[in-house]
Design a protein around this ligand. Sequence first.
Ligand SMILES: Nc1ncnc2c1ncn2[C@@H]1O[C@H](COP(=O)(O)OP(=O)(O)OP(=O)(O)O)[C@@H](O)[C@H]1O
Length: 452
Amino acid sequence: MDKILVVDDDLGIQKQLKWSFSGYEVIFAEDRTSAIAQLRRFEPKVVTLDLGLPPDPSNATEGLATLEEILALAPQTKVIVVTGNNDKKNALKAVNLGAYDFYQKPIDSDTIQILVSRAINLFNLELENRHLAEVAPSMDKIIGQSEGILAASRKAERIALTDISTLLLGESGTGKEVFARSIHEHSLRKDNAFVAINCASIPENLLESELFGYEKGAFTGASKTTPGKIETAQDGTLFLDEIGDMPIGLQAKMLRFLQERVIERVGGRTEIPVNIRVICATHRDIPAMVADQTFREDLFYRVGEISIIIPPLRERDNDVVLLAKTFLVQYNEEFKTKIKGFSDSAIKAMKQHKWPGNIRELQNKLKSAVIMAEGSHIQAEDLSLLLRDDGPIIDTLNLREVRELAESRAIRNAFLVAEHNMSKTAELLGVTRPTLYSLIEKYHLEDVKTGS
Ligand SMILES: Nc1ncnc2c1ncn2[C@@H]1O[C@H](COP(=O)(O)OP(=O)(O)OP(=O)(O)O)[C@@H](O)[C@H]1O
């Protein structure tokens, strides 16, 4: 029940208001001290405040001071000031100080009820907006509304302005690089370089010179002095992807760089100071690697001062649909296609699929679906996805709906296996062709009907 605090020293008015506000939990206070105490204790959404409060009920000083104190403590509170009949001056003064509205005595139950109800609505709306602002982090390139992705975005946003070493943990294709870039873009280093290097994709013997650079003549083929990735990230951010794949021999050199913030090029003897932020990522279980001594414990603590878990796509609720719709717009533009959306079967199949390759897999499947789709909507089979038969039966309305769902799925799957051949589909299902056609009609299986 919404709470209203009535601040008035007149017992008659207290009684009248209690009666007027029968749908609310009404709390009373008769002076400034008790009003503030009740405000702290009950956090009411609305306060009706008589400006003429003791010790000097004949003027508005105490009431206005109470108003100021309420708004300083809980600025979101909607305060309706109640004034004497001819006290418009103080009423306006109160509104100027931040009161939501004013009301002149004598009290009319209907009017004050409307005022209060509007104030509560506004309070709720503002509250909802504040919540939305909290959960919609400004990491705007990261698409997703699921709890896991919002939590990761919030954490990323919080650490963006610091230089703390961050370790992004997540399966391949979950968006670790997207996160690293977003952190960089929200940091004070945003106008400087963002340099990414994937430790797993560079042969072990080249990784050191790639990272640290080399001096002319350091090894055969080193015809000129070349700065490494670390140096090119000067004043910016270095993103070390797949840090778990860094050879153990190189880890010691990496640790020294992270601790002392100086590097030496391969074959060089000069120490070069570097000022960069380091973000690392891995899909590996680093603590397990530390346990079997394939990853240095001291390096693990150094790179992972804070870690952010990026959940796999299959654990992100409806994000898969949100992402698919966003990519569809992009791909329509890229491939000059006009696909309107997804069929129900495609949406279901996308939600069922486990996405071992995460967002990268979704992008690949969608790209080919956009290019290959024949109808106006992408179907499950355009995505090369099979609908499983084990849908959430408990979500269904009744046995008839369970049967319809199961039969629709079986028909679509058979249609897919039969490579869109109707006779073969009927054969696989053990029904005649006319029966198959009537089922397709009955269950409105447009995608099967049009063969798209
Ligand atoms: N939340 C997201 N919103 C929009 N696009 C995303 C999101 N997450 C990932 N992507 C896109 O998915 C693709 C894969 O993301 P990314 O390369 O960042 O993954 P990764 O975890 O670094 O992969 P790997 O570990 O294989 O390097 C990229 O094209 C990226 O733009």
